[in-house]
Design a protein around this ligand. Structure first.
Ligand SMILES: Cc1cc2nc3c(=O)[nH]c(=O)nc-3n(C[C@H](O)[C@H](O)[C@H](O)COP(=O)(O)O)c2cc1C
Length: 445
């Protein structure tokens, strides 16, 4: 890793220099060993210098909390969402150059056995790409759509991709079920953010990433297909995706760390493989904090946007890790009218279909402090007047308790006080702060 290697490697270097990247020199196995180390490391980014049987490295837990992602994008953590939202509103067209074989050191026939694709959990059907981004060109606007998809290895040059009905599925339908795609791994952090965003149709996520990068994104055309990829991507695979003859995909341990079922999904056949010298494979541990962050990010943005218009002042929102940053949300608001608590809850559900539980608390409660939120529920909430119950709504198939089509029930907990309520009996008492433990201990010593 050195300066001038592209923003992905530059960020790794920056993490290393600041002491945030733990490097492992011992050769480790991609079969369950790396996933186990990533799991034990929590949110700490880990760089596996040597991988048994491969000429390259693996990095994981890379953007596993807001601070790390914010630092990758060069923004303060409290401004992360605002910055991404404003980039979505002002996408900047990215420049693209013609294919140049010198850009990647190895340009060969595809062989997935040469990439350290991890086996993560015993319940999985086999090795899975988890930070793989699919780029497909829409004939409508002649721009690429990019999205992250898990991919099961079927053979040396074959994959099965999980495609939830969104833009990739739509474009595939417009192409009568078959289209050229590029898959890339190891890219600029802003590109990964772009690929995980659920922007409206017609917005090219490359351009959103380009805005986040201050116009520095450089794309390059693929060798054999009319699709552009980031020119500094570590690994690029060119091929065709087909929904004409679906293949079995799964089982796979996903976001909730429960096993997602086997489904018939599109098959990908690869035609070309481009790899940098000693590539760095980006691994995302399914159900780990990095996975939760990127799955939650688009939901958080939608909820923030919706609440801005619905209630007067939002102190903050939190998508807690226990709810996989996907199913649960806490919103802290300053009420102007008595209905604001329930209005906030309804807006959160309308903004993000994955939410199953929304808790509304007053602005004196920090939504990120789980104990404080529980305390508000314990002392301010009454189910007969504060509970919102919705049956048979759209949820997520990732939730094993939803039905097979992802239909679920939802609850909202309005733990806010009515506007005119005398606050005295609901106020948390504080001790008199003229003595502290450290003060007393110092005196003893
Ligand atoms: C780590 C990760 C894994 C994901 N896996 C899948 C997947 O397997 N299938 C899928 O359809 N979406 C998956 N997603 C979600 C999509 O990438 C995301 O919704 C994307 O914004 C969709 O793009 P679009 O708005 O262009 O349709 C994943 C997201 C992340 C961050």
């Amino acid at each position: 890793m050195s300066r001038g290697d592209g923003i992905f490697r530059e960020f790794l270097l920056k993490l290393k220099q600041r002491g945030y990247l733990s490097e492992i020199d011992e050769a480790v196995s991609p079969n369950y060993e790396i996933s186990s180390i990533l799991d034990g490391a929590g949110t700490r980014p880990i760089f596996f210098r040597k991988v048994k049987g491969f000429d390259g490295s693996v990095v994981g837990n890379l953007y596993s909390n807001n601070d790390l992602l914010a630092s990758a994008l060069g923004v303060r953590a409290e401004k992360l969402h605002e910055r991404i939202a404003s980039a979505i509103n002002a996408p900047l067209e990215s420049s693209c150059v013609a294919y140049d074989s010198k850009n990647w050191k190895i340009n060969t026939e595809p062989d997935l056995r040469k990439i350290p694709i991890l086996k993560h959990y015993k319940g999985d059907s086999g090795p899975y790409l988890t930070a793989s981004i699919v780029a497909i060109k829409s004939k409508r606007n002649q721009r690429e759509n990019i999205s992250v998809h898990r991919m099961m290895v079927l053979g040396k040059r074959e994959l099965a991709a999980r495609v939830v009905p969104r833009h990739l599925g739509q474009i595939l339908k417009e192409e009568n079920g078959e289209a050229d795609i590029a898959i890339f791994l190891g890219c600029d952090p802003a590109v990964f953010v772009g690929a995980s965003l659920q922007t409206g149709p017609g917005i090219c996520e490359y351009d959103v990433a380009n805005t986040l990068m201050g116009g520095r994104l450089r794309l390059m055309k693929c060798e054999g297909i009319d699709v552009a990829v980031p020119s500094n991507a570590e690994i690029v695979l060119e091929g065709t995706i087909s929904a004409r003859k679906m293949v079995k995909e799964g089982p796979f341990v996903d976001l909730t760390r429960t096993t997602d079922e086997v489904r018939m999904q599109p098959r990908i056949v690869l035609k070309k493989m481009h790899v940098r010298q000693r590539p760095i494979y980006h691994a995302i541990l399914p159900g780990g904090e990095e996975h939760k962050l990127f799955m939650g990010l688009p939901q958080e943005l939608k909820v923030i946007d919706s609440l801005k218009r619905a209630v007067s002042r939002v102190r903050g929102i939190s998508f807690p890790s226990g709810g996989c940053r996907y199913f649960h949300c806490v919103v802290s608001i300053e009420k102007r009218t008595d209905g604001d608590g329930k209005t906030a809850i309804i807006n959160c559900f309308a903004a993000s279909h994955s939410l199953k539980l929304v808790v509304a608390v007053d602005s004196d409660i920090d939504p990120n402090d789980q104990a404080a939120v529980e305390w508000a529920i314990a002392t301010r909430f009454q189910a007969d007047r504060g509970l919102v119950f919705i049956e048979g709504a759209r949820g997520s198939t990732l939730d094993p308790s939803s039905n097979k089509k992802g239909i679920t029930s939802k609850i909202g907990i309005d733990a806010t006080l009515d506007v005119g309520t005398a606050r005295t009996i609901f106020k948390k008492a504080e001790t008199v702060r003229n003595r502290t433990v450290s003060n007393v201990l110092k005196n003893i010593v």
